[in-house]
Design a protein around this ligand. Structure first.
Ligand SMILES: CC(=O)CC(=O)SCCNC(=O)CCNC(=O)[C@H](O)C(C)(C)COP(=O)(O)OP(=O)(O)OC[C@H]1O[C@@H](n2cnc3c(N)ncnc32)[C@H](O)[C@@H]1OP(=O)(O)O
Length: 422
């Protein structure tokens, strides 16, 4: 069976905001809606019936099952447009693009939107198991006395809501804790991490000044720019920040780690025929993608390094080398995870020890995250994939030719890589 080419034909996102700032009182649907409506406006999709919208949030309230379909019905699209929720970690947005892309490739749909949202300011709290049991039992009791008796069983501390801690259930460590181990194990220095973070802010500031983001972002709730970008940062300032995760001997700080963030993004994908019929230029094609998992319970240093394997497998299938690309977009969860990934790809001994056949090659740093990365723009987990795909598609479109490489690490030891071509 012949497959169709998957074209990226549009994008939009709302400005990303550090948690508890511009979108402090907003939920997932509040953030996703302006991202989708901005896309619909920009590409004249009002009233259109699309093949499908897929996406998700890493963290949702229980009332948010079918979040994407609920949101789509509130947009200006034809309400008959179907939708699907996907839930991964930071790879949610890119996974949504693969899902929609595969359906287009198979001819099942002609167009679709891949989206992602994270309302970290509005994350749900959990309740203790003892409180949950008491509430369920109280609900079943017939008499008021019986209900009160059940409600008196939890201790006072059981009534306290349990906040999100972002720990890996299998290790009990937060991602910063794992990445601190990564930095030590792979010998990633504080200076290297701060340099990467500084470059990310510099690149993004320049991209804003050049107007690169002008047609990529629609304002929301009074915010018209990402609010994590620091034009006043410097290597000297970064060097003064205290370690955030290993207070004694750590090298990860608030400056070289992503902050918790609110935001939403969307990417419009289509077959070539649909793009032509709707008068939309093709920015780039999605040509390859690969997902990999990695063991990280014994090897805690490797939690965010699964893209190392995804890249090897993808490049083999594509018949390409890591050095063949014009642009590289590597998600900067932490500067240390990016630098460890590059180090393994570059160093033959390390690559073999890691489990690769051989080193994959050396990435030209001047081609890496040229419009800034997650350290500068910040990181609303599920929305990062869409932001990265959009950035790379626009870069390739502006260049008029070439290839771009994407790598996104994720919690639970997974990682996705993708190739875009013009
Ligand atoms: C989820 C997946 O699947 C995969 C992934 O992506 S993994 C990544 C997931 N992300 C995370 O885990 C988030 C990790 N981040 C955190 O936990 C927190 O942001 C953190 C612990 C690192 C920092 O939290 P915090 O201490 O509240 O940060 P914050 O108060 O903003 O900053 C501390 C100081 O550094 C300063 N600072 C931060 N960035 C700076 C910069 N670039 N330049 C100069 N100063 C900076 C701030 O101004 C602040 O200074 P003051 O104390 O003088 O106000």
């Amino acid at each position: 069976m012949e497959t169709k080419r998957v074209a990226i034909v549009g994008y939009n996102r709302i400005p990303f905001a550090r948690m508890n700032t511009a979108y402090a009182d907003k939920g997932n649907q509040d953030l996703l809606l302006p991202a989708l409506n901005g896309l619909i406006d920009r590409y004249n999709l009002k009233g259109k019936l699309l093949g499908e919208v897929a996406g998700g949030a890493t963290i949702k309230h229980i009332s948010e099952s079918n979040l994407i379909r609920e949101t789509v019905m509130n947009t200006d699209l034809d309400p008959a447009t179907p939708a699907c929720d996907l839930q991964q970690a930071c790879d949610t947005g890119i996974e949504a693009a693969i899902y929609i892309g595969n359906k287009i490739a198979l001819g099942q749909i002609e167009s679709g939107i891949a989206c992602g949202v994270e309302a970290m300011s509005n994350i749900p709290f959990e309740s203790s198991p003892r409180l949950r049991t008491a509430l369920l039992k109280a609900n079943k009791e017939k008499s008021v006395f019986g209900k009160i008796k059940q409600l008196l069983t939890p201790k006072l501390k059981d009534w306290m809501p349990i906040p999100y801690k972002g720990q890996e259930p299998k290790t009990g460590l937060v991602m910063g804790g794992h990445t601190e181990i990564t930095a030590k194990y792979y010998g990633i220095s504080r200076e290297e991490q701060d340099e990467l973070a500084f470059k990310s802010h510099q690149n993004m500031a320049k991209a804003y000044d050049e107007g690169f983001f002008d047609d990529m972002i629609s304002p929301a709730y009074g915010l018209n720019k990402d609010n994590n970008l620091r034009r006043d940062t410097s290597l000297e300032k970064l060097a003064t920040l205290k370690p955030a995760f290993d207070k004694q001997n750590g090298t990860l700080t608030a400056g070289n780690s992503t902050p918790f963030t609110d935001g939403a993004s969307a990417v419009l994908l289509a077959s070539e025929e649909w793009a032509k019929a709707n008068d939309l230029p093709i920015l780039a094609y999605i040509t390859f993608s690969e997902i990999a998992g990695i063991e990280y319970v014994e090897n805690k240093q490797n939690l965010l390094l699964a893209p190392v394997f995804a890249a090897e497998r993808m490049l083999k299938k594509a018949g390409m080398s890591l050095e063949d690309f014009d642009f590289y977009e590597i998600h900067e969860a932490f500067a240390a995870q990016v630098l460890a990934t590059l180090k393994i790809w570059e160093n033959d001994d390390l690559a073999k020890k890691f489990g690769l056949e051989k080193a994959l090659g050396k990435i030209d740093r001047d081609k890496l995250n040229v419009k800034g990365g997650s350290l500068a723009v910040a990181h609303p987990f599920a929305a990062t994939g869409g932001r990265i795909i959009a950035t790379l598609a626009k870069l390739l479109d502006e260049k008029g030719s070439g290839k771009g490489f994407i790598s996104i690490c994720a919690a639970r030891g997974q990682g996705i890589t993708m190739i875009l071509e013009k």
